[in-house]
Design a protein around this ligand. Structure first.
Ligand code: ADP
Ligand code: ASP
Ligand code: MG
Length: 427
């Protein structure tokens, strides 16, 4: 029999009815004799509600207190699910991150898991219990609660699966797998039976929030078999047999398969959380990039794409993108440093998005960029910035053109499903 870690996200835990459904599903797996550890998120909307509360009380909430509070959503979920399981006759026990002893560093709001003590979970499993663990949280050396960043319950699931050497980590969500692009943007998106870790990592880091990036990193590093599947699909009976393994959801694998058969593009990711900042009229001299970027990075603001224009008369424009949430702060810092940098003015646009083509097959094919740019041009989409790597090409475009761009690229790169439109559960 297998040891399986199942993670249920916010929508899957979104109401009393859904929590009872999750309990039924967990029971089916447990009834098949598997050892089951469940990781849950807060009920949908709850984490946002808590964050909003904190912001109403304080413009800059204290990070320790912030984590103390936003982690409570998961504590409610674990207890509710454990109650529902007990009502079904399943011996279950809920545990917070601290109770398990999921040790993290002390970087509040974006902590990293450092160590998991699996002894309590193992003894509960040996006693035939289902253990329900709060996602998104851990405890540091001072005994303080730390959260793992938005979407962090995925990482809790994968980290527990690694610590327990589980047979599989199953990420149950509101879509039935990883698609060629977000099925909410185009109903022509196709479900992928498999995707490589490398591609999934790229998709996640470029904005596909179906899996948190750290979860994919962790799974790749510790070889955790990882599957994304739907918590709404009623067909699965809980047997971990070949049919299940080969047909249900999307498996994230290390196997690149036969590169000859590899599609050039596996998926299209996008990120709506982008903002662009341009420092105009700076001197084209050594050290200018560092003079602009350093004060921004020192404020812990991550910089993504960078573009320096050709200079004319020794003066140039320097552009970069940041997360939209950091836009105001970055603009303010640069204004304060403008005299020192020696620039003319700073202009910004927080209504831009990044669209990226991802695929390991791109390595062996030239011409992907030109086809991408041509498709966007034909659709009157203006490209503001471009960045490339071996397996992805990203462009920054205007926010209002996002859907049009994704749909056009999806069709142009042959990703559209051939049987019409998708019927994703929960959509
Ligand atoms: P959960 O609450 O279960 O963690 P999330 O909302 O974090 O769920 O992630 C699931 C969502 O990810 C889907 O509803 C879908 O809109 C979005 N998504 C983005 N890109 C993709 C993709 N390539 N494939 C599937 N879903 C995607
Ligand atoms: N509840 C947390 C969030 O909304 C963690 C998660 O859902 O994975 O970000
Ligand atoms: Mg999520």
């Amino acid at each position: 029999m297998a040891l399986i870690v199942q993670k249920y996200g916010g929508t899957s835990m979104g109401s009393v009815e859904r929590i009872k459904n999750v309990a039924q599903r967990v029971k089916r797996w447990h009834d098949h004799g598997h050892q089951i550890v469940v990781v849950v998120s807060a009920m949908s909307g709850e984490t946002n509600r808590l964050i909003d509360l904190a912001k109403q009380v304080s413009a800059k909430p204290d990070p320790r207190e912030y984590d103390q509070m936003v982690s409570t959503g998961e504590q409610v979920s674990i207890a509710l699910l454990a109650m529902a399981l007990k009502d079904l006759g399943v011996n279950a026990k809920s545990m917070t991150g601290g109770q398990v002893a999921i040790r993290t560093d002390s970087s509040h709001t974006k902590a990293r898991i450092q160590h998991i003590d699996d002894s309590q979970i193992r003894s509960a499993l040996d006693a035939n219990m289902v253990v329900v663990v709060a996602g998104f949280q851990g405890i540091d050396d001072h005994g303080d609660i730390n959260t793992l960043g938005r979407g962090g319950s995925d990482t809790t699931g994968v980290a527990l699966a690694a610590a327990l050497s589980a047979d599989e980590c199953q990420i149950y969500t509101d879509v039935d797998g990883v698609y060629t692009t977000d099925p909410r943007v185009t109903p022509k998106a196709k479900k992928l039976a498999k995707i490589t870790f490398e591609e999934m990592l790229e998709m996640a880091s470029l904005g596909s929030k179906v899996l948190q990036i750290r979860a994919v990193e962790f799974a790749g590093k510790y070889h955790v078999p990882l599957r994304v599947l739907s918590s709404f699909d009623e067909d699965v009976d809980g047997s971990f047999d070949d049919t299940f393994r080969q047909t249900v959801g999307t498996l994230i694998t290390t196997d690149e398969g036969d590169t000859m058969e590899q599609p050039i593009i596996s998926g299209i990711a996008f990120n709506r959380d982008e903002a662009k900042i341009v420092v105009r009229g700076v001197a084209d001299r050594p050290g200018i990039a560092s003079a602009i970027i350093s004060p921004v990075s020192q404020a812990n603001i991550e910089i993504d794409m960078i573009l320096q224009n050709l200079s004319s008369n020794g003066s140039t424009d320097f552009s970069f993108t940041v997360n939209r949430g950091d836009y105001d702060k970055a603009m303010q810092i640069l204004q304060e440093h403008l005299a020192e940098i020696g620039g003319k003015e700073i202009v910004g646009d927080n209504k831009v998005v990044k669209v990226s083509l991802v695929g390991v097959g791109m390595r062996s094919h030239a011409g992907v960029a030109s086809q991408m740019f041509q498709t966007l041009a034909e659709n009157n989409v203006n490209i503001q910035m471009i960045s490339t790597s071996e397996i992805k090409i990203s462009v920054v475009i205007q926010e209002q053109q996002l859907e049009k761009a994704v749909k056009a690229l999806h069709t142009a790169f042959g990703l559209d499903r051939d049987d019409g439109e998708s019927k994703v559960a929960g959509l």
